[in-house]
Ligand binder design. Structure first.
Ligand code: 5GP
Ligand code: MG
Length: 180
């Protein structure tokens, strides 16, 4: 698996340090209103980040799973987001924190945030591990961001290429010959 990476962009140590900082920021934000908090991970890219993040959040929460498919057979072409599996809990009057792996064009999170906003949550925030600053739209503001990265296709720590590499503990760039 390691041989498939051209380079490591963010090491597992850097990730863990940053996830702790993000958890502290999230805890401070929700300090007085953890009642009714619902964490909504956007599957499947956020699974590893989610697991590390929520174990550092010391309060009661519900977790509502949501699956969106953002069509990318090839690594570089963004696609439109499609809801594959909806939440199966009620978020009306709840504080909702959406967690995703990466904010790229924002197509995916725009769909998700729009959908959830209609259900009248008490508040709706967004947390992403990575943000590609080159394309991230100005109108879609993430409340918590782990790392701003350059516009390269990354894998590892939950992020896949054709469903592989999610279990790689670092975030890295694939060797280009593997996806051409
Ligand atoms: P957006 O809709 O913001 O363009 O893209 C969001 C989704 O596309 C992410 O949730 C992620 O699943 C996928 N994506 C975007 N950039 C990358 C990348 O560099 N690597 C991987 N593995 N997935 C990406
Ligand atoms: Mg995703």
């Amino acid at each position: 698996m390691q041989n498939d990476l051209a380079r490591i962009l963010i090491t597992r140590e850097q990730i863990q340090k940053r996830v702790k900082e993000m958890a502290d920021a999230i805890s401070a934000t929700y300090a007085d209103r953890t009642r009714g908090l619902v964490i909504v991970p956007v599957l499947a890219g956020s699974i590893i980040f989610l697991a590390d993040l929520i174990r550092r959040l010391p309060f009661k929460m519900k977790i509502g799973l949501l699956t969106v498919s953002s069509y990318r057979g090839a690594t570089t072409k963004p696609g439109s987001a499609r809801l594959v599996q909806d939440l199966d809990l009620d978020i009306k009057d709840r504080h909702v924190l959406v967690v995703d792996d990466i904010l790229d064009t924002g197509n995916t999170l725009r769909v998700v945030m729009g959908l959830l906003q209609k259900r009248e949550p008490a508040s709706l925030r967004m947390c992403v591990l990575l943000r590609k600053t080159a394309k991230a739209p100005k109108d879609l503001v993430a409340d918590f961001v782990g790392f701003d990265i350059e516009d390269v296709f990354v894998v590892g720590y939950g992020l896949d290429y054709n469903d592989h590499y999610r279990n790689w503990p670092d975030i890295g760039v694939l060797r280009p010959e593997l996806y051409s």
